[in-house]
Ligand binder design. Structure first.
Ligand code: SF4
Length: 185
């Protein structure tokens, strides 16, 4: 949630400030929304994110217990995704990030880099949306969470360093011999 629509450096600082002000997730949940908003102001859109964070923590803490993700333990990946996507402000990418990074599930988050690079490499067909690409790339990466993690991180890194949105560096790309889009973008 904190990383939405902001740079990584702001996400890290915002998260640190939130944890500094509120040492537990129940403290965040129980705080006035205006205080959460002030704590996460650096990351932008705090007036949108703060009430969503409060609502999510409330939903994840039945009977007022400390919020956690135990509700997902018994759910298969597709149902866990659907559960998370019903929470306010949680779309397919955020839900997939939680499942992969927090719970070690083999679910591929598709951000702008993953979507662009996968499309150029022909891993997904032209016109496939980022939302639709989640299921396709998850299936392609296979059932091992370590493979999904490596594929996600590799695609993001390649998109940042080489296969830029504008003027991809095909001349120094190690995938040039495999890529149907080489020197065509
Ligand atoms: S060859 Fe060019 S378009 Fe293809 S992955 Fe490499 S940088 Fe991207």
């Amino acid at each position: 949630m904190l990383s939405q629509n902001t740079a990584d450096v702001n996400t890290d600082r915002t998260y640190a400030e939130l944890r500094r002000r509120f040492p537990t997730w129940s403290a965040v949940r129980d705080a006035p929304v205006a205080e959460i908003e002030r704590a996460i102001a650096l990351g932008g859109l705090s007036h949108v994110k703060a009430p969503r964070i409060a609502a999510i923590l409330e939903a994840l803490s039945p009977l007022g217990a400390e919020p956690d993700l135990a509700v997902l333990d018994e759910l298969p990946d597709d149902e866990a995704l659907a559960y998370l996507e019903r929470l306010p402000g949680v779309g397919p990418k955020t839900a997939a990030c939680v499942l992969l990074f927090s719970l070690g599930r083999p679910v591929m988050p598709v951000d702008t880099h993953v979507h662009r690079v996968a499309g150029r490499l022909g891993l997904i067909d032209p016109g496939v949306t980022a939302e639709a690409a989640h299921a396709l790339l998850t299936a392609l990466a296979g059932p091992d969470p370590a493979d999904v993690y490596a594929a996600h991180v590799g695609l993001v890194r390649h998109g940042r360093r080489v296969c830029h949105a504008r003027r991809p560096a095909c001349g120094r790309c190690p995938l040039v011999g495999l890529c149907p889009s080489a020197f065509l973008v």
